[in-house]
Ligand binder design. Structure first.
Ligand code: F6R
Length: 579
């Protein structure tokens, strides 16, 4: 909301936010006290080309890109949604768990619903309340009290008022000279202002032509601090690369040294808390969980710390008890993953310390942590984690360096050079991508520190290539997976010359005897490999970092060859802020 026409700005902002969801897109603006809406199925550019979203009039507006949870990917389910009288339009992130019950009650009062979404109830509820009592502040409090689940919603009223409210979903206000912005990520408005106000849970904001006011759940005014956001805009463009994913894979040559350039004073307290804790429970989801698995191996083996890992989504069913002398080490790129924030909430009550490694240092996770270290890899736009994963690993290496004996320490400058060499030899990977692009089953095998990378490589192949890919601990081969091996399977063996080398080589022979096609990832070649992805000879504990990069490239190039867009894999969203 501001002095400028809202629609072209909203279209630009939505393009930056597209990584959050890209099933459909929609805009609502206010012109001459009327709400104008345009929306459609597809990505921002495509829908805009077709419907000219940016041509909507008005200086107040809202926009949304959707990642479908309730209701299919259809025009009707695209946001914004309206009340019956078209006096209110809303966009919503999250899940309203009791929407069925609310919807039924609204229908008995005469409301007519147009979509299958849970979100639409919010527009009708605000409408219902405003009908009886024309007070938007009271309406928001009333609606918030009735909603169960998670939400960040923004509503516009046809009188030009803009309202935003949140519970367990992020919502941030951008304060610029010529207007205000409300977004679920600072990337939504970073082109226009670097001044942000982070709303806390249960807070809401009302912006009209005269003022911006933030309230708590009871409606009392809250004074909030303006935070200056440090990220550079240049980082969110693709530059010379065909895709964000490729750009981000290439940026990894700088990631490692960044982790090592964090000031020692910022780092020391974090490391001290880890070193003095009785037990460390390391958690994350997806790729961040794979980083957690590596952290566990390094911290327990080389630093003699008591560590366990748990998938964030499994914590609630586990019997994990953390006492006040334990630490939860939470790993996340976004810092907004719902499963992870759920653990943080539970652990906070136990008084255990919460330490996090997080990329978005203004995120809910960073703000809920006792201490955090920024993984500092800049915005990651490609939906699949690439540079954030290696940046997490780099920070884990730095922690390991600090807490282990000197002979285990790694040389950071050397690793930077290795990564550069790997990135410069992608020709071979492109060739392998051509070979595997029609294969339906890919297995990635590794032992010890390589097993989490097997999981990570398989995840990249699933996400980008839409192929069945499985990470398997190589030692388990004979206990079942060997039955799957035949001439139609590709098996990627993670096998550099370290303590796992000989045993994994035995698996190579067993698999070759069943005629599977083997891609060896190693510093040395072997005549049983049909293809060899060469990585440099390095210190044993560094191999995970070196072997994951060519496999990210393999997933990327195979996706491109199959003509899918690696930046926006189907059905996925970057920040999984719903459970
Ligand atoms: C995989 C991927 C996801 C995320 C997971 C956790 O490529 O991107 O598996 O790693 O959703 O997200 P963060 O790290 O933001 O908590």
């Amino acid at each position: 909301m501001g002095k400028m026409t809202a629609a072209p700005i909203l279209v630009k902002c939505l393009k930056r936010m597209e990584y959050r969801g890209y099933d459909s897109v929609g805009l609502a603006t206010i012109s001459k006290k009327r709400i104008l809406i345009k929306k459609g199925v597809g990505k921002v550019d495509d829908v805009n080309k077709l419907l000219h979203l940016e041509k909507l009039n008005g200086s107040v507006g809202i926009g949304h890109t959707r990642w479908a949870t309730h209701g299919g990917v259809t025009y009707k389910n695209a946001h914004p949604h309206q009340d019956c009288k078209n006096e209110i339009a809303i966009v919503h992130n999250g899940i309203i768990e009791n929407y069925n019950e609310l919807k039924k009650s609204l229908i008995t009062k005469g409301h007519k619903f147009k979509s299958e979404t849970d979100s639409e109830v919010i527009a009708h509820m605000i409408g219902e309340f405003l009908n009886k009592n024309n007070n938007i502040k009271k309406a928001v409090i009333n609606v918030a009290n009735k909603l169960k689940g998670t939400y960040a919603f923004v509503a516009i009223l046809n009188d030009g008022t803009l309202v935003g409210a949140r519970y367990d979903e992020p919502l941030i206000v951008g304060v610029a000279k010529d207007g205000y912005y409300i977004s679920s990520d600072v990337l939504g408005f970073i082109e226009y202002t670097d001044q942000a106000i982070f709303l806390d849970n249960n807070e809401f904001v009302i912006i009209d032509s005269e003022s911006l006011t933030i309230y708590d759940a009871n409606g009392s005014k809250v004074k909030k601090r303006i935070t200056r956001i440090a990220w550079e805009l240049a980082d969110v463009d693709k530059g010379k690369f065909a895709h964000h994913t490729l750009k981000e894979i290439n940026e990894q040559k700088h990631m490692i040294s960044k982790a090592f350039s964090i000031r020692q004073s910022d780092f020391q307290e974090f490391v001290n808390v880890l070193a003095s804790s009785k037990k460390i429970l390391i958690t994350g989801s997806g790729s961040s969980y794979h980083a957690a698995l590596i952290a566990k191996q390094l911290l327990s083996k080389f630093c003699k710390l008591q560590c366990e890992t748990i998938l964030s989504s499994e914590f609630q069913y586990s019997s994990n008890v953390l006492t006040k002398d334990s630490v939860l080490l939470a790993i996340s790129q976004s810092g907004e993953t719902a499963d992870l924030l759920q653990i943080v909430k539970t652990v906070k009550e136990s008084k255990a310390k919460i330490l996090s490694l997080v990329n978005v240092t203004t995120s809910s996770l960073a703000r809920a942590s006792n201490l955090f270290l920024g993984i500092n890899c800049g915005p990651e736009i490609g939906v699949a984690a690439t540079k954030s994963f290696t940046a997490q690993l780099s920070l884990i290496y730095r922690i390991t360096n600090e807490l282990s004996i000197p002979t285990m320490r790694i040389n950071i400058n050397e690793i930077g050079k290795f990564v550069n060499n790997i990135l410069n030899s992608s020709k071979n990977i492109v060739k392998i991508a051509e070979q595997i692009k029609h294969i339906g089953n890919i297995y990635v095998l590794g032992r010890g520190l390589h097993f989490p990378i097997a999981l990570e490589a398989a995840l990249k192949l699933k996400e980008l290539v839409y192929v069945h890919a499985e990470g398997i601990p190589a030692g388990e081969l004979k206990h079942g997976p060997l039955a799957l091996m035949d001439e139609n399977t590709i098996v990627i063996m993670l096998n550099p010359q370290d303590e796992t080398y000989e045993d994994t080589l035995s698996n190579v022979y067993e698999i070759k005897a069943r005629n599977a096609i083997i891609v060896g990832v190693s510093n040395v070649n072997n005549n049983k490999y049909d293809e060899w992805i060469k990585i440099p000879k390095a210190k044993d504990l560094v191999y995970p970092l070196l072997e994951v990069i060519p496999l990210q490239l393999l997933a990327y190039y195979t996706a491109v060859k199959r003509e899918s867009n690696p930046d926006y894999p189907r059905n996925l969203a970057k920040s999984v802020t719903v459970k």
